[in-house]
Design a protein around this ligand. Sequence first.
Ligand code: GRF
Length: 191
Amino acid sequence: KRIAIFASGSGSNAQRIMEHFKRSHDAEVSIVLTNNPEAYVLQRADNFEIPSHVFTRHEFYHTADVVNLLMNLQVDIIVLAGFMWLIPENLLKAFPNKIINIHPALLPKYGGKGMYGDHVHKAVLANEEEESGITIHFVNEHFDEGEIIHQSRFRINKGDDLEMIKFKGQQLEHLHYPKVVESLLKRMKSL
Ligand code: GRF
């Protein structure tokens, strides 16, 4: 089974997934894709000797380049890990129910356009929520709206600041994302 990871930034989740499947005989991360030539995830991919590919906005939205690349690689699942662009229709159609994303909140709360990174945690803090969490979901044509696959939650204690909430969320992301990818790949066996 072949995994493609899309990421726009640091790629700490991508790193965990690359680590997890490095030891696997059933699946591998075949490629890392990004819209951002400066993204640290490219360095991480290099460290694992995993090929990477940078694409432009024009290529992504107005050509079949990325779809063709992923089809040629016979990718089984596309994992978004901090990828900041909406997925175009041609990609959704080519990989139905095979594109997943992770979001640092308990969707449907704190999702949608503009709700990413610190914006999410700041909103959670401003609303004095007593808990937050992470959501892994299928991707559709809207930000953060596809069917939910997995959620885990953590408590927000009095005095928890932005950094603490971010940290708690990230711990859960790193723990669960690789496992969810693995179990989805197992379920996809018959496809
Ligand atoms: C994660 O918090 C994820 O939920 C969100 O973007 C962040 C990516 O972080 N979609 P990293 O690049 O994996 O460190």
